[in-house]
Design a protein around this ligand. Structure first.
Ligand SMILES: Cc1cc2nc3c(=O)[nH]c(=O)nc-3n(C[C@H](O)[C@H](O)[C@H](O)COP(=O)(O)OP(=O)(O)OC[C@H]3O[C@@H](n4cnc5c(N)ncnc54)[C@H](O)[C@@H]3O)c2cc1C
Length: 335
C-alpha cells in the first residue's frame, strides 16, 4: 500500500512505499526532513501528525508513549497507516542551510582521560553561522560521519567541541589521538534543531549527562549578562568528581545568569563527595516537584533522556516545552 505525506509548512508532498519509513521515502524524493541517527535514538526527526496515523515495527527509544498519544512521531521509524499531514518545525530565522567545508584543527587538549576539547578553525564560518545547541558532522571519507555539538558561541571562526573517548571508537579513540594542530577535517554544519526557545518565557531546567553539556554550555553562554535571561537550573550528571571537566568555569557563570543554580550529580562518587548522588533526573525531581511551569532542555545519553522525559511528564512537564538532543551513535554495521 502506498500512502501520501504532506508537509504542512512547505506544502511538499511525497509517497511512502509499503516497505519504507517516512524519512526514507522523503529523502528518496528529495524532501528535506531534519534527521540524524536514523534508528530512533536521537529524536531529531520528531514531527507532529496533523492528520493520519503511523505504526512502528519496534517502538523507538527517543519517543515516549505520551508523545505518541499527543500526536508526535519519529519519521525515521514511522510507517504510515494512512495518508499523513505532518508538521515539521521550520528552521528558525538566521540559520543557514548545512554546508560542507574543511576545518583546521587548532588543538586537541584532553580535559580528562575521557574527554577532549577539540578546537577547530572553520574558515568559512561567517558565511553560514549556527545557533547555540546545533551540531556538526565530521566526515570520515568512507561515506560515514560522526556528530559533535558546538560547545562555544558562534561569534568567531574558532569553535570548541567536547569529545568523549569511546573505547574502540574509530574517531574518538583511534583518530583523535593522532590529530594535531594544522590537520584538516571535512565537516558539515550547522545541523540539528536543538536550540534555545526564548519565546517560552519560562524558568529553565537544563539537564546534561557527560559531554551532553556541550550544546547546553553554548546556549547558556548566549544568555550570560542577558537582562531577559530566565531563572536557570543546570543539572550535570557524571560518574565521578574527576569527570566534571568544566566545573570551575560553570561556577563562574553564577553572577552572570539569572538565579543560576548549578547541581552536579554523580553516579559513582567517592565517599568525600558532599553533593548529589544517583541519577540526574532524580536530582531534578528532588528539587523541583512540579515542572509544569518550566522549559526543560535535555542532552546526552538517549537512555537518560527517555527515562527523564517520562519521569518529568509524570511531574507536570509540558511536552511542548521539552527539548532534547540524544547523543546516539551509528550502528556498528553502518560505521
Ligand atoms: C546530534 C549528536 C550530537 C553529538 N554530540 C556529541 C558531542 O558533542 N560530544 C560527544 O562526545 N559525543 C557526541 N555525540 C555522540 C558521538 O557522535 C558518538 O559517540 C561518536 O560518533 C562515536 O564515534 P566513534 O567513531 O568514536 O565510535 P564508533 O566507531 O562509531 O563506535 C564504536 C562503538 O562504540 C559504541 N558507541 C559509539 N558512540 C557511543 C556513545 N556515545 N555512547 C555509547 N556507546 C557508543 C557503539 O557500540 C559503537 O558501535 C553526538 C551524537 C549525536 C547524534
Amino acid at each position: 500500500m502506498v500512502y501520501r505525506v504532506l508537509v504542512q509548512q512547505t506544502s511538499q508532498s511525497f509517497e511512502v512505499a509499503a516497505n519504507e519509513s517516512v524519512l526514507e521515502a522523503a529523502l528518496r524524493q528529495d524532501v528535506k526532513l531534519a534527521h540524524e541517527c536514523t534508528f530512533g535514538g536521537c529524536g531529531t526527526c520528531r514531527v507532529k501528525l496533523v492528520e493520519g496515523a503511523v505504526g512502528y515495527e519496534q517502538f523507538p527509544l527517543a519517543l515516549t508513549p505520551e508523545e505518541a498519544q499527543q500526536g508526535y512521531a519519529l519519521m525515521c521509524q514511522a510507517r504510515p497507516e494512512s495518508d499523513l499531514v505532518i508538521s515539521a518545525e521550520p528552521a528558525p530565522e538566521g540559520v543557514c542551510e548545512p554546508q560542507h567545508c574543511t576545518a583546521m584543527v587548532r588543538e586537541v587538549r584532553w580535559l580528562t582521560p575521557e574527554v577532549a576539547n577539540l578546537h577547530l578553525e572553520l574558515p568559512d564560518l561567517p558565511a553560514f553561522g549556527y545557533l547555540p545547541g546545533q551540531y556538526m558532522n565530521v566526515h570520515l571519507g568512507d561515506g560515514t560521519h560522526r556528530s559533535f555539538s558546538m560547545a562555544s558561541l558562534p561569534n568567531a571562526s574558532r569553535v570548541d567541541f567536547h569529545v568523549r573517548r569511546i573505547p574502540g571508537g574509530r574517531f574518538t579513540d583511534a583518530h583523535l589521538d593522532r590529530l594535531g594542530a594544522g590537520d584538516l577535517l571535512e565537516v558539515e554544519l550547522p545541523l540539528g534543531a536543538f536550540r534555545f526557545h526564548a519565546e517560552d518565557y519560562r524558568p529553565l531546567v537544563m539537564v546534561a549527562t557527560g559531554t551532553g553539556l556541550a550544546p547546553i554550555k553554548s546556549i547558556l553562554e548566549s544568555l550570560l549578562d542577558d537582562p531577559d535571561c530566565p531563572p536557570v537550573w543546570l543539572y550535570w550528571g557524571m560518574r565521578s568528581e574527576s569527570g566534571l571537566y568544566l566545573d570551575q568555569e560553570i561556577r563562574r557563570w553564577t553572577p552572570r545568569l539569572y538565579e543560576f543554580q548549578y547541581v552536579p550529580v554523580l553516579s559513582r562518587a567517592s565517599n568525600q563527595w558532599q553533593g548529589k548522588r544517583g541519577h540526574v533526573q532524580d536530582a531534578v525531581l528532588a528539587d523541583i516537584g512540579d515542572l509544569s511551569e518550566h522549559s526543560i532542555y535535555m542532552c546526552g545519553s538517549p537512555a537518560m533522556i527517555s527515562d527523564a522525559k517520562q519521569a518529568f511528564l509524570a511531574h507536570g512537564a509540558d511536552l511542548e516545552h521539552i527539548y532534547t538532543d540524544g547523543f546516539s551513535f551509528q550502528h556498528a554495521s553502518q560505521a
